[in-house]
Design a protein around this ligand. Sequence first.
Ligand code: BV8
Ligand code: ZN
Length: 239
Amino acid sequence: MRAKIEMVKALLDPGRRVVVLTGAGVSAESGVPTFRGRDGLWKTHRAEDLARPDAFAARPGLVWEFYHWRRGLVAGCEPGPAHHALAALERQIPNFLLITQNVDGLHARAGSRKLVEMHGSLWQVRCTACTHVREDHGDLPPLPECPACGHLLRPGVVWFGEPLTPGVLRLAVEELHRADVFLAIGTSGLVQPAASFHQLARERGAVTVEINVEATPVTGLMDFALHGRAGDILPELVA
Ligand code: BV8
Ligand code: ZN
């Protein structure tokens, strides 16, 4: 493992273009439950039933209850060593982009700026009827209403079956196609289109690295697989 860490560290040269994809695993050590792990969020709340537009249309109160609960839980969590190491890497490597599937906001709080929250954010709310959208870390009412038009607000996240924000996918593809190094960290590699990012990177010759506590469907396709906690490994990769 030590040799592999040194080889990956040597790849993270300031002259290289580095793209990082993170998933729930980088926030697990901060106390944010992952989706599909033993303590998986989805186990208790059945993702398929809640993180979907039709579920929200049918039972907005139940879906908002889930998000109120998650906002309260995440509000008590702090960025961990993995988040801080990635913010340090960004400062070290001029051509760096962090694309996260996480909606917890912890990368931004750790100081990451070259950051794309591809599935949106728990801290953003937007109107179901007009263009009102805002950051809101406050205590929202059970069914928050739009101050501009009075319609129901929704969490500013991307639900299953919803397209990503158009510019996000275009930027991700562009940067993955230009990358020299791609790291997939703490993601189960099950949700599209993020789960295909490693292919986009490798088809243009990037070296691909996975950091995870367990094997995933993409492990065998990566050039390097570092087996361990993101909070332990990432600080080792920072100069
Ligand atoms: C789209 C926001 C197209 C909400 C999320 C087949 C059937 C049905 C649907 C599909 C299908 N194939 C593709 C689809 C579409 C669907 C999809 O991929 N479904 C999957 C489940 C099959 N995708 C979509 O719908 C996407 N949109 O495709 O649009 C389109 C185009 C035009 C018009 C209309 C549509 C949108 C997907 C976004 C869904 N929203 N979240 C919310 O959070 O409430 S996804 C959700 O899963 C989270 O965002 C999360 O980030 C994401 C991925 O999960 P992970 O981050 O990987 O987390 P997970 O728990 O799974 O894994 C944690 C990993 O960490 C594990 O590997 C674990 O080992 C590791 N780990 C744990 N601890 C550590 C660690 N690693 C390191 N260190 C540790 N300490
Ligand atoms: Zn409105």
